[in-house]
Design a protein around this ligand. Sequence first.
Ligand SMILES: Cc1cc2nc3c(=O)[nH]c(=O)nc-3n(C[C@H](O)[C@H](O)[C@H](O)COP(=O)(O)OP(=O)(O)OC[C@H]3O[C@@H](n4cnc5c(N)ncnc54)[C@H](O)[C@@H]3O)c2cc1C
Length: 411
Amino acid sequence: MSFPSEINVAIIGAGAAGLGAAHALKRSGLSFIVLEARERVGGRGHTIMPSPDVTFDVGCGWLHSAGQNSFVRVAEQLNFEIDRTLPPWRERAWGKAFPPDDRADFIRSLDEFFQRIEDAAKSGRDSPASLYLESGNRWNPMIDAVSTYINGCETDRLSILDFDAYEDSNTNWRIRRGYGALMAAYGASLPLVFNCEVTLIDHSAKRLRIETSQGTLQANKAIVTVPTNLIADEAVRFFPALPAKVDAAANLPLGLADKVMLALDAPDDLPKDGNLRGATMRTEMGTYHLRPFGQACIEGFFGGRFAQALEDAGSGAIAAQAIDEIVSFLGNDYRRRLKSLAESRWAHDPFARGSYSHALPGHAGKRAVLAAPVDGRLFFAGEATSPNFFSTAHGAHDSGGRAATEVMAAR
Ligand SMILES: Cc1cc2nc3c(=O)[nH]c(=O)nc-3n(C[C@H](O)[C@H](O)[C@H](O)COP(=O)(O)OP(=O)(O)OC[C@H]3O[C@@H](n4cnc5c(N)ncnc54)[C@H](O)[C@@H]3O)c2cc1C
């Protein structure tokens, strides 16, 4: 769509939250537009095909809490096949690198750690999750690694109250053609302006003045869905300034999770949808999804400070680390059989600057601060504003619907 000079509602960002807001506004009678800095829809939901037979969700891949996940209905409406194969994260680990007795012991320690956090959160007092690691437990480094996958950060940066507020039904499905592909289809019918980076929202006058890389737009209301790290860095500025929003965003930073996709030659001796990881006793480890959907590939996952260090080492470092680690588990033959297809570098992505939000210890209440409307004209959505499904695509989507409802109520 061409860039308008004025509009009722400007939605900033075409990720899951922006798409949710836009679809919810469709029947409101209000004119609206979605302003997106990238040249595509989906934000942190992005599917690519790095080779003709491999579908790769570079960002979100799992329909978490599938029974309550609003994207399940979207997928059904748009005829996107849902794969209900359960994830291989826990008991279904494969191979000798993590012997069954060790694995059972590790999972017991992990569950006991989660239980201690749940018990501690009942007091209503916040503290870092690292306090609940059992002193001397041999699995602590690997529990921290799991935290980097779930939260994007190690346990020392994780608020127990926030972690405890997350709702998980433990049912996780996938979209066969990709979560990002679903978002792209869902956004196809919407009024969008691509390559349109918003830099300033001036709310000093009666109408909002929104400065973008494509010019200036007047709007009555705006729904801001950009990731917290961009608000904290003031990549999108407000005038007059909104220090409470910047503070909330800074205390809900995006942690880091990165993925790599490796092509696998002669795949048949590895199980479809298996998991591979080793009893490495380190936090600096990957976890590997073997042959997702039966494809001839392995998807690696890294998180937290280790993912940051790998990103900082430059393009290709994540793939090189993944291949080295898989070879150490499965043998030298795999060096020949694996080839890098693609890897994410979300911390270096200028319009994400990370992967998903967590609350720093002492700041669990900041999600509500970030979500609160300002002056009946500025509204906030995005995964970080979700009270119970933060860090997820469906949480972002629902938050967009909530912000659109607030816009309509403020008429
Ligand atoms: C590696 C990885 C794995 C993940 N796995 C899962 C998973 O399995 N399941 C799950 O549910 N979630 C997962 N997530 C999280 C999920 O992808 C996000 O929580 C969700 O997509 C966030 O949606 P959003 O709309 O809040 O933000 P975004 O998707 O980031 O959308 C914000 C949009 O704003 C745009 N934008 C930024 N700055 C500007 C600007 N100045 N002007 C205009 N536009 C701007 C961005 O380009 C972007 O399109 C994963 C994320 C990553 C990175």
